[in-house]
Design a protein around this ligand. Sequence first.
Ligand code: PMP
Length: 379
Amino acid sequence: MGMMFAQNPKKLVRPLVQELHAYVPGEQPKIKGLIKLNTNENPYPPSPKVFAAVKAATDGRFRLYPNPTAQLLREKLAKLHGCKAENIIVGNGSDELLALATRAFVEPSVGKRSGQHASTIQFFSPSYSLYPVLAAIHGARTNIVALDKDFGIPPLPVLKKSKAWDFRAALTYVTTPNAPSGRGYSTAELEALCRAQSGVIILDEAYVDFGDENAMKLALKYPNVIVARTFSKAYSLCFQRVGYFVGHPTLIAALDKIRDSYNVNGLGQVAALATLEDLSYYRANFRRIIGTRERLSRELTALGFTVLPSQTNFILARPPRFPAKDWLERLRARKILVRWFKYPAVRDFVRITIGTDVEADALLRVSKGILKVGEWVSG
Ligand code: PMP
């Protein structure tokens, strides 16, 4: 019989993990009649073809492993983007791939003597709040540089002069269009940044279908550029967890080496393939969502709210006269869920996902009521 030790289980966990602040996803409460505008989900369901394909796949094949490389899906995506299947890796949501990129491209600094081999993960602030968590999990050094006051990427000469930006960072994430501001960036300015960067740069285009332009061509032109896409937002498929990267075959092969063997589940592959069979259905949804976004922005502005221009399926809006957090809480009391971020640059705003027109009307109606109460209190 071996010796028994009384263990404090906390001591079994790596210090890095003990101290980690985990990513906090938006809530998914089950409240009847809730208007859910907090996690940038699409208000419209997937195409009927997706449901038909998923139902047809619900059979004896469940006992078998799915295709390990999502081969058919990668071939179809390659056709769509005018590249080869070797340019594409599919993940369990783009989040999985964003995490894999840290392991493939960045030397962690934790545990390395004198940090000699440490390399840097870099991103702008504010941007997708997962990036700092991924860097912390990996034990990488981070370099975080502020966007300018309108959430623009500072022009190259400004970045060069400020010395804050690291043109040699091992991995740079750029959320484009930006989240949580909704601001879009031109392909020309992104190209200038990509050319100046010696490390890997991931253009995270999670919301790009709601914008004016995309930067896919840069992933096929520069060996250090990866474009990240997801089926979650524009293609109404959060539940199935499918995202992908497009980039140079050498970078894609590196990610492919270290992913789980069956990282994309079978129904996810089926659903994503069927999605690509019905793109015109989704394009009609983009147009509807953009229409609702523009109307909601106009009407909130008319009520006195400050609304930032958006190239995404959400808007940032700042209430007149009362704090953003109050607006969020009062909306919540009326079963409308929106999101608030504590970063200084956006704490005066709430982020509203664009839902249906009926949902936009409800938000406007309740917000008008809140404004009236506000006047009564302050008057
Ligand atoms: N990038 C950005 C900017 C996002 O907002 C999200 C969704 N939270 C993702 C990537 C990840 O999406 P998914 O993992 O669902 O593909």
